[in-house]
Design a protein around this ligand. Structure first.
Ligand code: SF4
Length: 459
């Protein structure tokens, strides 16, 4: 840890102790002091936003912030702010930028790693049920990825799978070995029990994002009877122990209306989730079902609903495809993140199963300088309209071009898929979305009577 990081951590520690004594009273006071000390170093716009949230009890984010101090274990919250605000966003981000400029390639803010292809469930249509226990990354490999990443300034690591908590002992070991890093995992939640929650409290730097896509009937139909009750139990344990968690939801043509409903948002808040991550169904792999892809009306519906609920519901919601306007388009290829699958292939994104680099043959830095990652670097953003960010979903010809030019191969763990075949499945959706997205982009979908923003779902 650098001196800047240590001093920043100490100041943050003191500030958090002070706020948690009485957040309603002490947070506005602290903001006042910060204004005096930092003066012109805080942008006026940022200051206005802070004041609006902190001083106005009617602002929807006011109770959210205050509840964080009441609902979350104080030590866990301190570690989260230190690792995310100071290490990942301040120190890490500057290092990434410096390196990116010096080396002329992308340097990621986050890495997504699959420690295993194994899963403890047998969901209908999921490859992991059949493919199962074939691939597991050793602890040493996981540790090496995180250590290499920290050298690049990357302090945020996410796990997916398979079911990443099949490897929960190694994940806790990594949390212990890298206390300055924030870890999270996309998990079905079933393996979260009292003992694991106690381990989370001990290490303090692990936050799960539990995959739930609906209520009891839908969940149990897809994942097996009794699954929903087990997931709810896991969330109750986390809430009771004052541990933060989020929800991840994949919306499809069949469930988008329910996922984007007020009832479901309220349910996630009731469960105790502090954030929610939305993904849309992608027709990846030979067994994919393109009919599950959302229509342009359905995608516009989610665009509108997420923005509407951000102003009315105390839940930090992110929409992986429809939030391209905040990230200046596609995040992949190391621009903000990259993915390493359970076989060690270093992929630009969790949804792009093509690679020209393996963690067993190259360093992460070498992978970032490989032809595929450089094609991402040189091609980003893939569209001037950041509501059409994806080289696959929204601009499929660009993915075909990058994969062919770089000589990358399919890394689909079950059946290799030709990139042309994959792109063909996305072309219709891309063309249909282009018209709606261009309309939304022109007017942000907020104008009264906007045809795009007001589109209703038809499924
Ligand atoms: S490749 Fe597509 S899915 Fe992946 S980060 Fe970029 S826009 Fe998102």
């Amino acid at each position: 840890m650098s001196i800047k990081g240590t001093v920043g951590g100490l100041v943050l520690n003191q500030a958090m102790n002070y706020i948690s004594g009485d957040p309603e009273k002490n947070l506005p006071k602290l903001l006042g002091w910060m204004e005096k000390v930092l003066g012109d170093n805080i942008a006026e716009g940022q200051l206005k936003v802070f004041h609006e949230v902190v001083d106005n009890p009617d602002n929807i984010w006011h109770p959210y912030i205050m509840d964080l101090f009441r609902d979350i274990d104080n030590e866990v919250l301190k570690v989260f702010f230190r690792n995310m605000a100071i290490n990942a966003t301040y120190i890490g981000f500057h290092k990434q930028q410096e390196l990116a400029e010096q080396l002329g390639c992308n340097v990621p803010w986050a890495m997504l790693i699959d420690p295993t292809s194994a899963c403890n469930l047998h969901c209908t249509g999921c490859w992991a049920a059949e493919y199962g226990n074939k691939l597991n990354m050793s602890y040493e490999t996981l540790d090496s990825i995180v250590s290499q990443g920290k050298e690049l300034g990357t302090y945020f690591y996410l796990f997916s799978g398979g079911e990443p908590l099949v490897r929960k002992t190694d994940i806790i070991r990594l949390c212990e070995a890298h206390p300055d890093v924030q870890f999270t995992a996309f998990t079905n939640g079933i393996l979260i029990d009292e003992a694991f929650a106690d381990e989370m409290l001990r290490v303090k730097n692990f936050i799960p994002a539990i995959s739930v896509e609906g209520f009891e009937e839908d969940t149990d139909f897809r994942r097996g009877k009794g699954t929903f009750a087990k997931v709810e139990k896991a969330m109750a344990i986390l809430k009771e122990k004052r541990l933060p968690f989020g929800i991840s939801c994949c919306y499809t043509s069949k469930n988008v209306e329910m996922i984007g409903s007020e009832e479901y948002f309220d349910q996630m808040i009731e469960w105790g989730a502090k954030f929610c991550w939305f993904f849309t169904y992608m027709p990846i792999g030979k067994d994919a079902v393109p009919e599950l892809m959302v229509s342009d009306e359905q995608r516009a519906f989610m665009y509108k609903k997420v923005r509407e609920f951000r102003e009315t519901k105390p839940l930090f919601a992110m929409d992986f495809w429809n939030d391209g306007e905040y990230s200046e388009g596609c995040l992949a290829g190391g621009k903000k993140y990259l993915h390493i699958n359970a076989g060690g292939d270093i992929e630009p994104c969790a949804f792009i199963h093509y690679s020209d680099s393996s963690i067993y043959e190259k360093t992460i830095l070498e992978a970032l300088q490989s032809p595929l990652f450089m094609a991402y670097h040189d091609g980003q953003p893939f569209n001037d309209n950041h509501l059409r960010p994806c080289p696959l979903l929204d601009n499929p010809d660009q993915l075909v071009d990058m994969v062919k030019r770089s000589g990358a191969h399919s890394t689909d763990l079950q059946n290799p898929e030709d990139v042309e075949d994959l792109a063909d499945k996305c072309r219709n959706a891309a063309e249909n979305w282009a018209e709606t997205a261009d309309e939304l982009w022109r007017c942000s979908g907020k104008c009264a009577g906007c045809a795009a923003g007001d589109k209703q779902i038809t499924a």
